[in-house]
Design a protein around this ligand. Structure first.
Ligand SMILES: [Zn+2]
Ligand SMILES: [Zn+2]
Length: 332
């Protein structure tokens, strides 16, 4: 306490906050938390505001279990605004851990994740990357998240596939219609369309629900249908005035010529300079608000990879995305 008093005497709290904000390692921030009451209250938000949770190593897995215990206390869980989850069941699932001879325990692990997420009432950004064993009853907690401040949701999931053995029914509710989706402005979907349809059987119907992403402005879309094909998100564009779209594919001419494109201000997709200019030339009113176009560059620059990549898989982020502002409409 003596130290806290002396620190406070020669440095105002605002400066201390600035200093702590530049400490890069969380283990160092944790040490600061134990120095004094003052430094604890300053450092704690930096420790828990943004969480990276993964089971990439057994060490991470055991640390994560400890973290889950701490975050069951509202004083800590209320600080969290960003969660990056990468959960593959590597150490949590007995089947994966024991070289595929043990029983799958992914459901237990998923329930633990759900218990954590439901308690985060101030969550603003959720990056969700799941590669657990296949099952249809995972992630049901996503419909019950209590945060009413969620703005960014990146949902990448491979545990529910369209052609999974014995799993062919859509859930009764769509991921899009949870109460927490009302505030989402930026949504990335890399999953089976079965996450998005409700018991009426279509994404279009799910989007009629008033809770279904009414605030959305930016959509990244790589959703596979029952036939494992990717479809341009015309149903999203028709229901919501989306301004930015990243589409992981090349739309058919009919898909890209629908009247629903009028709100788009920027668009990224594969091979955009091939398919977009003829459509804009033919139907200039459809893309009247378009200001930027971009292209997604695959890791290989070989053209045949782009053309033959029917299921190239989710791409990993803006580092490989380039947008080009349009100076004039003639520019495209
Ligand atoms: Zn498993
Ligand atoms: Zn999953």
């Amino acid at each position: 306490m003596e130290h806290a008093g002396s620190i406070h005497q020669w440095l105002p709290v605002e400066i201390l906050i600035q200093i702590v904000s530049y400490v890069p390692e969380k283990r160092d921030i944790a040490k600061l938390c134990s120095v004094s009451t003052l430094l604890n209250s300053i450092s704690l938000p930096f420790l828990y505001k943004s969480l990276n949770i993964d089971d990439e190593s057994s060490k991470n897995w055991y640390l994560q279990l400890e973290l889950f215990k701490i975050l069951s206390i509202p004083r800590y869980s209320n600080i969290v605004t960003t969660v990056k989850l990468k959960f593959y069941g590597k150490y949590a699932c007995n089947k994966k851990k024991n070289s595929f001879i043990g029983a799958c325990t992914c459901k237990d692990y998923d329930d633990q994740i759900g218990g954590l997420l439901i308690g985060l009432i101030n969550l603003q950004s959720l990056y969700f990357d799941c590669n657990l064993c296949g099952a249809e009853d995972h992630h049901s907690y996503l419909a019950s998240l209590r945060s009413r401040q969620l703005q960014v949701l990146k949902f990448r999931c491979f545990c529910l596939k369209n052609n999974q053995d014995g799993v062919n029914k859509p859930g009764s509710t769509s991921l899009l219609t949870g109460l927490c989706m009302q505030t989402v402005t930026s949504l990335a979907l890399m999953c089976s369309n079965r996450w998005l349809i409700d018991d009426t059987g279509t994404i279009e119907n799910a989007l009629q629900n008033p809770n279904a992403i009414p605030s959305l402005t930016t959509l990244e879309y790589s959703v596979t249908s029952a036939s494992d094909a990717r479809k341009f998100p015309n149903d999203f564009l028709a229901a919501i005035p989306i301004r930015g779209l990243h589409y992981h594919g090349i739309p058919l001419a009919a898909e890209a010529s629908s009247p629903t494109q009028q709100t788009l201000e920027y668009i990224m997709s594969y091979d955009i300079m091939q398919w977009l200019p003829p459509i804009v030339t033919k139907h200039p009113h459809l893309y009247a608000n378009l200001r930027s176009v971009g292209t997604i560059t695959l890791r290989s620059s070989k053209e045949e990879d782009i053309c033959s990549a029917e299921s190239p898989g989710p791409l990993r982020g803006p580092a490989i995305v380039l947008t080009i502002p349009l100076e004039t409409r003639e520019g495209i």
